[in-house]
Design a protein around this ligand. Structure first.
Ligand code: SF4
Length: 401
């Protein structure tokens, strides 16, 4: 399968850290709680996973002809839960692979529980340019509904992040920061959603990710809610989420993707790359790599989600899947419609696009691109289904991208 890959000249890197301090009740990501481990500091499994991660990343980049790394995203899980010693080692190893780091955007996900000034200093020393802090909510009642531990040190943590941002201004590696919020949480009220959003914008992060809660099957939250989990609060959640978004937009955050808002220059280039379906190499339990194929399609490789299977990986890549060119064009269209860049009109079914424009769900930009409006983003699932139905078995026509 790897012989069908067309080595890309540049690439994004994703590193998945499969641990968090504890497990949130709504979480369906591959992450294990460190609180169940006896001695985290000396646990050899953690060191083995990190060594394998670094070795595999090095090998994959080499097999791809050492493309220029444009963005790095260390996520999970909670990378900062690894502690300063391991983060220092991991970041040093990643940095060694980046070559010339100029212009590389490097993001790290952090949880307030495991973020302090020392951890931020490690990030800064290695050239991290974005810290993404998973706050999710400032309100204890909401965190409780989510089954997520409140962080007593939140104010202190966010002050440290803001100090790092301020002191790096004007340097060649300015540090931006992003704040994650979850909205539309079960019985969250409009006032609570607005309160959370207002507290977030008062901190003036460069970027805010505002996600709707999605109740994933198999999670403790889904079990708690029972069979009506997905629908029970759906109507109310849509209103509540819209109110939170309005707060962000009213103070000048630009919504550049369904869930992503930024100040000028604060966009996450790494995530832009995903939405444009640019090549990236992922490494770590459950991480996905997406690479161009020689036939115009895409080849995806997925690392085993179970830690033991990941450690037992003997080949340079995990399970492979070939995505045909027509399917890749379809996926590209689906991703593009999530963003303010939209997708090229060429090859799109005209009746569907006309309908969206007439209903105020989309607009045509520069005569060639179709971009969803806020109203269209609210109904994105329905619109994407309409597009898939209109394309039918024929798939996207040539030119759709
Ligand atoms: S901190 Fe994030 S990745 Fe970790 S358990 Fe909670 S939601 Fe999942």
């Amino acid at each position: 399968m790897s012989s069908t890959v067309l080595p890309p000249p540049s690439i994004g890197v994703y590193v998945h850290i499969p641990w968090c301090r504890s497990k949130c009740a709504y979480c369906a990501f591959v992450s294990q709680p460190l609180c169940h481990r006896l001695d985290v500091e000396t646990d050899p499994i953690i060191d083995s996973v990190l060594s394998s991660t670094v070795e595999l990343l090095e090998r994959r980049l080499e097999l791809l002809g050492s493309p220029r790394v444009t963005t790095v995203y260390v996520g999970g899980g909670t990378p900062t839960a690894l502690g300063v010693r391991r983060l220092n080692w991991l970041f040093g190893a990643i940095r060694g692979m980046m070559g010339e780091a100029d212009g590389v955007e490097w993001s790290v996900e952090a949880n307030p529980h495991s973020l302090d000034s020392e951890t931020i200093a490690v990030c800064g020393r290695h050239g991290v340019t974005r810290i993404s802090v998973g706050v999710q909510s400032f309100l204890p009642r909401i965190l409780d509904s989510l089954g997520r531990e409140p962080a007593d040190n939140l104010t202190e943590v966010l002050d440290s992040v803001k100090r790092a941002q301020a002191s790096s201004r004007g340097t060649d590696r300015p540090m931006a920061w992003s704040l994650d919020l979850i909205t539309g949480v079960l019985d969250m009220s409009l006032l609570e959603a607005i309160d959370d959003a207002e507290r977030a914008v008062a901190l003036a992060p460069d970027h805010i990710s505002l996600y709707d809660l999605s109740v994933e099957s198999g999670t403790p939250l889904a079990r708690r809610l029972g069979s009506r989990a997905g629908r029970r609060f759906a109507d109310r959640a849509a209103e509540v989420s819209a109110a939170a978004r309005r707060v962000l937009i009213d103070v000048g955050y630009h919504r550049y993707e369904v869930s992503a808002f930024s100040r000028p220059g604060g966009e996450c280039r790494h995530n832009r790359g995903y939405w444009r379906m640019q090549p990236f190499v992922g490494v770590g339990p459950s991480a996905v790599s997406s690479l161009p194929a020689r036939d115009g399609g895409i080849v995806r490789f997925t690392d085993p989600p179970a830690i033991n299977d990941f450690l037992g990986l003997r080949e340079p890549w995990g399970a492979g899947e070939a995505v045909a060119a027509s399917r890749a064009a379809f996926e590209r269209a689906m991703m593009g419609l999530r963003t303010d860049e939209g997708i090229n009109l060429a090859g799109l079914p005209p009746a569907t696009i006309d309908k969206w424009v007439i209903e105020g769900l989309a607009r045509i930009c520069n005569g060639s691109m179709v971009v969803m409006t806020d109203a269209g983003w609210e109904r994105l699932d329905v619109c994407l289904r309409e597009l898939a139905d209109a394309w039918g078995d024929a798939g996207p026509q040539p030119g759709a991208s």
